[in-house]
Design a protein around this ligand. Sequence first.
Ligand SMILES: [Zn+2]
Length: 385
Amino acid sequence: MNRRSFLKWANLAGLAAGLPSAPAFGAVGHEANDQASTTTPSTTKIGSPEDILLKDYRPQSIYKIPVTEIAKAKFPVIDMHTHPYAKTEQEIEAWVRNMDEVGIERAMILTMTTGAEFDEIHRKYAKYPERFETWCGFDFTGYDKAGFGPAAVQELGRCKQAGARGVGEIHDKGKGLRSGKSNALGMHPDDPRMDSLWEKCGELGMPVSLHVADPIWMYQKMDRHNDGLMNAYQWRLDNQPDVVGLSGMVEIFERTLARHRNTTFIACHFMNLDYDLARLGEVLERNPNLYADLSARYAETAPTPRFAAAFYEKHADRLVYGTDMGVDKRMYRVTFRILESLDEHFYEIEQFSYHWSLNGFGLSDAILKQVYHGNAVRLLAARRL
Ligand SMILES: [Zn+2]
């Protein structure tokens, strides 16, 4: 989840308290930093340009070039990465209306929960079986004691019976696995203790949405050379002990994929290899049981539109659309503009918190159809239900 957009939305909806915490940025144990989060420039009066801080920088494009407004996606869309943002019946209804307006046919609700908590969320969304699927989490209780496994596997089966259609979002940002509030500090996805759970997902035909690592600039030095500094100063990982690095987490993910070929995995956020798509391409080629979702990595790929578009073309059959950024119509439309248009040098600082300028990929109809819909349909249809 992209915490900033989510909190912005939640604040608007008056829901800020008691929300699940699952930031796409930010590590476990970093929650306190969120208090400092701001997407609006500080109100301190800016006297001279010398006093402008990077976090307050709000450039506006000077170029007289085409601006494309895309109110509705060109083709029907399946959103493979959302969370239970809407809490009440009215909020769920409002979300469905937004989805209708912008062209989202269906959304996967990654609840990260098990037990009564899962059942409660499932019950709310079950009113719209054609529009939402609810995916469950794992229960890591007792993961550090002998005999871990059977109870977690049993609960997974129970969630499936109760309506779960997949598993996610499971996180490992380098310190160990996490599913919502259930933590397994120090246990990574390739740990043998996880074998029975991953195997059961395959057996039950439940795809797994797995988030490893975080954006590269979080691991780099917080200095004037850091390309993501505007976000990085707040979400830093460079000062954290005992964190497996980004590359190490990619290796762990690949070992997991190799060990569990009958289980389908979806790497959230381009596996955080948005800065090195060539490597992600190699990982996809080596692992037929892997898809990658685009969620919350639009601003990270839009600065390099030609390279990104070539990547989409090469791996069009393995990429699935996702958002992870709340329920706003405007948010959906920004993603369509990046995927569909050939617009250049535009800013979406309030949406993504980067000072980078963005560009559209101008993806072909054939690629859009696959990424928006076709790949998700194939992935979801492969489930043995
Ligand atoms: Zn998420």
